[in-house]
Design a protein around this ligand. Structure first.
Ligand code: ZN
Length: 279
């Protein structure tokens, strides 16, 4: 079975009471006042420069699995270089933890063309069952990993083409205890905000063995929420050691980040495609 059971979590930032409790418990608002945006007041993202956050093709979404369809045009992903060790920098930004490759980067080929890995980063929550950006049939997971790729040869010179980026989304579920392998050991060490450390990872260790995915056209999930992303969200859920997420969400810092997920957006009639990997 590909999918683990998940909690039916109502953790997305929809109620004012929820927002108030977050503001009080985390002190996020006051401490984040120097940033131009934060995760508590997502409604205000639309006022940021060049924001498309009120557009009709936004991400993340709640994936309605019974309405997803296969298509002969949608082919399996081809991944190149993901099995090799990759050096890069691991950075604590104001809004996430991000890995930027420093050498030749892995790439993918989708049905729409070839894309190069630019970075990967994580989204998480501060309570069990919350933290993923995408939901599946209303269920949320504990964290989500995004591998962000940029198109190698853009098919048009139009800025903000809807296929400029291809992002692979991996849903993560907390596993009890510590450990979890060398990749998580590397990602557990977190630098101070806006500082970098050099690490080495094997990206394939962060991908599910089964490459079945859901696919749709959407946006960046952080401001300006540009509608430039082809999303590929894997069906198979991976485990992340509990102590790793705990560490990310409770870092003592001048800019705390107990949670960093955007609430789900309307589908607005978009189709979500399905590709089944038989391996
Ligand atoms: Zn992301």
């Amino acid at each position: 079975m590909l999918l683990f059971h998940s909690l039916k979590a109502s953790c997305h930032l929809s109620s004012k009471a929820f927002l108030r409790s977050r503001i009080i418990s985390s002190g996020v608002i006051g401490k984040m006042s120097c940033s131009s945006w934060n995760y508590v007041d997502q409604e205000s993202w639309c006022h940021l420069p060049n924001s498309q956050s009120n557009g009709l093709n936004q991400s993340p979404i709640d994936i309605p699995t019974k309405d997803t369809k296969e298509s002969p045009e949608i082919s399996p992903l081809i991944l190149k270089g993901y099995e090799q060790k990759l050096k890069g920098t691991w950075t604590r930004t104001s809004h996430s933890l991000r890995f930027d490759p420093s050498g030749p980067a892995p790439s993918i080929v989708t049905y729409g063309g070839a894309y190069i890995l630019r970075q990967f980063h994580f989204h998480w929550g501060d309570q069990p069952g919350c933290g993923s950006e995408h939901l599946v049939d209303g269920s949320s997971y504990d964290a989500e990993l995004h591998f962000v790729h940029e198109k190698e040869s853009p098919t048009s010179n139009v800025p903000n083409a809807p296929d400029q980026f291809a992002v692979l989304g991996v849903l993560l579920k907390r596993s009890k205890g510590q450990g979890g392998g060398e990749v998580w050991e590397a990602l557990k060490n977190v630098p101070q905000v806006d500082k970098k450390i050099e690490i080495e990872v094997t990206p394939s260790q962060l991908l599910p063995a089964n490459k079945s995915y859901w696919h749709y056209g959407g946006s960046l999930t952080t401001p300006p929420c540009s509608e430039v992303v082809q999303w590929f969200v894997f069906h198979q859920i991976l485990s992340v050691p509990d102590d790793v997420v705990q560490r990310w969400s409770t870092l003592p810092s001048e800019s705390p980040l107990p949670f960093n997920y955007r609430k789900v957006q309307e589908l607005n009639g978009r189709k979500v495609w399905l590709l089944k990997d038989s391996n």
